[in-house]
Design a protein around this ligand. Structure first.
Ligand SMILES: NC(=O)c1ccc[n+]([C@@H]2O[C@H](COP(=O)([O-])OP(=O)(O)OC[C@H]3O[C@@H](n4cnc5c(N)ncnc54)[C@H](O)[C@@H]3O)[C@@H](O)[C@H]2O)c1
Length: 269
């Protein structure tokens, strides 16, 4: 990753922040994008004190103009883009029967449209470098998860978008990685949207029993360097789910239902 220019969306916490630290450690030059300028500036200072070349761009990825600006600022400072790491994302916790449709729309705007806008403006520069577009998906992008209709839809949509993009640019030398971490300790569950669009405010799972974002970041960096097409992390929630989806989908539906229904205050039983 030495001297590669990488844009990371959603770099202010969780997997995005851990990737910023990991990629910087490996010599990358970074554009850190998220909505909170203060948080980004703290991270920039930390990484700059270790000698990294880093800029921050306050960006709401659900706003097309912000994504264009993120790319323009990167080109202004670094002159090229090698890798776009589409990581910004939000989740939900409500059944479709109860959920306000604005919640589904908000999730699509951030997870799907954020990826589409960012990729649209960064792609011409990435093609010049024969670089990489990464989409941080989820196991919810392989199997529809109950209580997560909007989240699963957004991740399935990312898979379709990135798979098509990969084939379209086969001859141009573009690398596309679809990465699906399993449960990883982060803010994603705490800030997940409820039926009326408010934040859930707490996590229903034991975050300390999950993968660490720092470990996920090492796998992400290795998968980018090896130009892998997919990365599915963890056996039980990850590889096993993808295997069952292919060979025993009815069994997977039952296991998914009972596994997710066990969560405290699960919105479905
Ligand atoms: N943590 C997990 O268990 C897990 C599992 C699978 C996939 N993922 C995916 O990993 C990615 C990162 O999530 P995380 O777990 O680190 O959660 P997180 O909540 O800690 O991080 C999400 C990041 O996205 C940013 N973000 C949210 N909305 C944004 C917007 N409109 N514009 C710009 N930035 C925005 C947040 O500020 C934050 O920096 C997400 O796409 C998530 O779906 C997470």
């Amino acid at each position: 990753m030495q001297n590669k220019v990488i844009i990371i969306t959603g770099a202010s916490s969780g997997i995005g922040l851990a990737c910023a630290r990991e990629f910087a450690k490996r010599g990358a030059k970074l554009t850190l994008a998220a909505r909170s300028a203060d948080k980004l500036d703290e991270i920039k200072s930390e990484l700059q004190s270790k000698g990294s070349d880093v800029i921050t761009v306050k960006t709401d990825v659900s706003i097309e103009e912000d994504c264009k600006n993120m790319v323009d600022e990167t080109i202004k400072h670094f002159g090229k883009i090698d890798i776009l790491f589409n990581n910004a994302g939000i989740s939900m916790r409500a059944t479709f029967k109860d959920v306000d449709l604005k919640v589904i729309k908000q999730i699509m705007d951030v997870n799907f449209w954020g990826t589409v806008y960012s990729t649209k403006y960064a792609l011409p520069y990435i093609l010049e470098q024969k670089g990489s577009v990464v989409g941080v998906s989820s196991i919810a992008g392989y199997v529809g998860l109950p209580g997560r209709t909007g989240y699963s839809s957004s991740k399935f949509a990312i898979h379709g978008f990135l798979e098509a993009l990969r084939v379209e640019n086969l001859k141009a030398g573009l690398h596309v990685l679809i990465a699906a971490p399993g449960f990883t300790a982060s803010n994603v569950r705490k800030v997940a949207l409820t039926a009326n669009g408010s934040s859930q405010g707490n996590t229903p799972r034991k975050e300390d029993k999950m993968m660490k974002a720092e470990d996920v970041a090492v796998h992400m960096a290795n998968a980018i360097i090896k130009r892998k097409s997919t990365l599915v992390l963890t056996f039980l929630e990850g590889k096993f789910t993808v295997f069952l989806k292919k060979f025993a989908p009815a069994l997977l539906r039952k296991l998914t239902f009972y596994h997710m229904a066990k969560e405290p205050n699960s919105p479905f039983k």
